[in-house]
Design a protein around this ligand. Sequence first.
Ligand code: BJW
Ligand code: ZN
Length: 266
Amino acid sequence: MDAEIIPGLAEAADLARAARRVVVLSGAGLSAESGVPTFREAQTGLWERYSPEQLATEDAFLADPELVWSWYQWRARLIRSCPPNAGHLAVAAWQRRLAANGDSLTIATQNVDDLHERAGAEVLAHLHGSLFDDRCADCGEPAVHDTGTAPEGDAGSAPDLESILRVAPPRCAVCGVGVLRPGVVWFGEMLPADALANTLAALEQCDMAVVVGTSATVQPAASLPYAALGAGAAVVEVNPEVTEFSTAATVSLRGAAGQVLPALVR
Ligand code: BJW
Ligand code: ZN
C-alpha cells in the first residue's frame, strides 16, 4: 500500500513535526525488511521453527552450550549480512535533525542486532542485549575478543539443529574457568537494570513515542509504551498487524516500517 494513503498518517506526521522529545521503541519487525527473521510471525518467525525452551533460556545453555552457542553464531552471521533498511535510516535521520535543533530522539530497542547503529543512529538501550556483546557465563566479564566482527562467513539458510555445525563456546580469557555466552537476555532473565531505568526516564519526559515492529507480547518491554501514555505523550504504533497495544495507541499505522517511517518523518 502507498504509505501516503495509510489511515492516520497525516495525524501522526503532525505529531512528529511538533514533537521535541521523541522515544522510538523498536522490535524485530523493524529489521524484517533487512532480512532478519522476526520471532512470532507465521511461517517466518524463529519461534515457529525453533523452540525457545531449547535455545533461549539459561537452562538450555547449561544443558547444551555447544548447540545454543552455534545457533547464536548462525544468527550473528546472518545479521552481519543484512543491511539497515529505510526504516532504520529514517529514524537515524530524524535523530540527527532533532539533535541539530537542541531536541532529542532516544532509541530503546528489543532487537539484538546492530542495524540502528549501522544506520548511523545512537541507541540508548538494548533492552534484550546484543548478539555482539558476548560475556563469560561464569564471571560475567565481557569477552575480550572482538565479537563485533568475529562471526563471518556464509549465513546459509536456517540450519536444522540436528545437523548444525557444532562449535564449542570459547573459554573466558579473564577467569579461565567459564565459557562465553551470547550477551542476550533469555526468558526468565532480568533486563539490564540501567537500560530499563534509562528507557523509563526517557519515556516519562517525552512528548511522543513511536512503537515499531513489536508484537508487544514480551514483558516487561511490552509495558513500556504505557509509561509514555501515562506521562501524557502521544504514542504512534507502526506495524502491518494489529497488536496487543493497538487499541491503546494514540494512532496506529498499519504498514511496514520501511514504508511508513520515511513518510512519517519526511
Ligand atoms: C513489522 C514488519 C515490518 C513484521 N514493519 N513491523 C511465564 C513464565 C516465565 C516467564 C514469564 C511468564 N509470563 C511472562 C513471563 C516473562 C517473560 C515473558 O514476557 N514471556 C511472554 C512471552 C509470556 N519475560 C521474560 O522472561 C523477560 N524477563 C523477565 O521478565 O524477568 C523477570 C522475570 C524473571 C523470571 C520469571 C518471570 C519474570 C525476558 C524476556 C527476554 C526475551 N528474549 C527474546 C530473545 C532474545 C535473544 C534472542 O534473540 O534469541 O527477545 S524473546 C524475543 O521476543 C526477543 C525479542 O526481543 C522479543 C520481542 O519480540 P518482538 O520484537 O516483539 O518480535 P515479534 O516477532 O514478537 O513481533 C514482530 C512484530 O513485527 C509483529 O507484530 C509483526 O506484525 C511486526 N512486523 N514485519 C513493522 N516490516
Ligand atoms: Zn570468566
